[in-house]
Design a binder for this molecule. Structure first.
Ligand SMILES: Cc1cc2nc3c(=O)[nH]c(=O)nc-3n(C[C@H](O)[C@H](O)[C@H](O)COP(=O)(O)OP(=O)(O)OC[C@H]3O[C@@H](n4cnc5c(N)ncnc54)[C@H](O)[C@@H]3O)c2cc1C
Length: 396
């Protein structure tokens, strides 16, 4: 049930408090419901409604749970990456690119919360801190204190400009046009990929029909880009793409995502981080939704079996290591970035690419991906990592 403010006067104890009602915790609610979890769950969300301002896209794989695949609104068997007039297109009908709207996931989670007596949701509730006492954990908000046995915290980290790593800044416009401009069977993952002022820039086109699409300007940088600048870039692109014809704006979405590996703080007993702050995001791409489902399934199993709550980073170490190396190469050689992304799309088979993007690659897939990369540049980057590690070790 969605709780009224009167809850603030009550002094209940919950088995589990979920901080933040975004992709990770809403996915967990669905996974817990599927596993018939019967503990009491309180969800505390800062904003006044569940998310409805974004579309989560990911590659389909057979290990995704049915309660997630049943929410998919669109599937595309083809996707492409282009530089100038060269375009590399991939086709994988068995591992298509898929989308779920935030609204659909929110509604599915709300249905669980409304129908089940053991789930409660409190909106407009800004969590300030989490405090440990002997056997109880207190979650503090400006208006109240909630006690519980376990906490899953998804308050996102503030993206910083990292020593090594990048920021992914983007601004998107979902539009409807009067004439047909889009190819509904294919996603442009990275359209007009190029480097300008040491930024990797591209446009993302997610078509829902011939006259309806989400278009996004994205850049990978080492600086913060003012939102107005991102907005101007996509507006100019949209105007050009549809030859200056009329369109209606359905909604906008934007964000700044960390492009570096996030390691959650050391496990505090019965308090864990999840979602982006739990290290669920692929540093080299910003994709997170698929790994969140892996995390939600494993965490729900832990809770249902009453096992001690463990921090799970759903991105296996090999991907974190490869992403780290890849980002070091980009940081030192931004100019080759378009060719790296383009070649990856050109040289890999579509299923292999999709497996890599969803952390389902085989050893052979990983070896093949390494083989497709320019060896000398990567070896140099590897040397830089080791050199830095040695310098840091000496400092300590
Ligand atoms: C616009 C956008 C589009 C994206 N598209 C994709 C995509 O297509 N595919 C993909 O894989 N990834 C995508 N991502 C990246 C990632 O999947 C999302 O950011 C995803 O929402 C992360 O899930 P999360 O649960 O970690 O964080 P969120 O979904 O952001 O949830 C965190 C929640 O915590 C709440 N909160 C924050 N502070 C407090 C507080 N103090 N007290 C209480 N609540 C608080 C927030 O309001 C929010 O609802 C996108 C990100 C953005 C911003």
């Amino acid at each position: 049930m969605t709780l009224p403010n009167s809850i603030l006067n009550q002094n209940s104890h919950y088995d589990l408090i979920l901080i933040g009602a975004g992709a990770a915790n809403l996915s967990l609610v669905l996974a817990l419901k599927e596993s018939n979890y019967d503990g009491s769950v309180l969800i505390l969300e800062r904003t006044d409604k569940l998310p409805n301002n974004r579309i989560w896209s990911f590659w389909y794989h057979t290990t995704l749970p049915k309660h997630i695949t049943s929410l998919i609104s669109h599937k595309w068997a083809s996707w492409s990456v282009s530089i100038g007039t060269s375009c590399a297109t991939m086709n994988a009908p068995t591992m298509p690119y898929c989308s779920i709207t935030a609204e659909t996931l929110s509604n599915a989670a709300l249905a669980v919360i409304d129908k089940s007596a053991n789930y409660s949701l409190l909106l407009s509730c800004d969590v300030v801190s989490v405090e440990h006492k002997k056997n109880t954990i207190s979650v503090i908000t400006p208006a109240a204190k909630f006690e519980c046995s376990q906490v899953i915290d998804t308050r996102p980290p503030i993206p910083e400009i990292p020593n090594v790593g990048l920021l992914q800044s983007f601004y998107g416009m979902e539009i409807k046009t009067e004439s047909a401009f889009f190819t509904p069977s294919k996603v442009d993952l990275m359209h007009q990929l190029h480097v300008s002022n040491d930024r990797l820039e591209f446009f993302y086109i997610l078509p829902f029909s011939e006259s309806h699409a989400l278009l996004e300007y994205t850049c990978f940088t080492r600086n913060n880009i003012p939102q107005m600048e991102l907005k101007h870039q996509i507006e100019a692109f949209v105007t050009k793409y549809i030859n200056g014809s009329n369109y209606s704006l359905v909604r906008t979405e934007s964000g700044v995502l960390p492009m570096y590996n996030i390691t959650p703080p050391a496990n505090k007993k019965n308090v864990i981080r999840a979602g982006i702050s739990g290290g669920a995001m692929r540093a080299s791409t910003g994709y997170c939704f698929s790994s969140i489902q892996t995390w939600a399934g494993q965490t729900a199993a832990m809770l249902v079996n009453a096992e001690p709550l463990q921090q799970i980073i759903p991105i296996p170490t090999i991907y974190r290591w490869m992403d780290d190396l890849f980002l070091k190469v980009l940081c030192h050689n931004m100019n080759i970035a378009p060719v790296l992304f383009y070649n990856l799309t050109k040289k890999l088979s579509a299923p292999r690419f999709a497996r890599f993007m969803t952390e389902k690659a085989s050893i052979l897939d990983l070896l093949w991906i390494i083989w497709c990369m320019p060896k000398l540049i990567f070896l140099k980057a590897l040397f830089i990592i080791n050199e830095k590690k040695q310098v840091n070790a000496k400092k300590k």
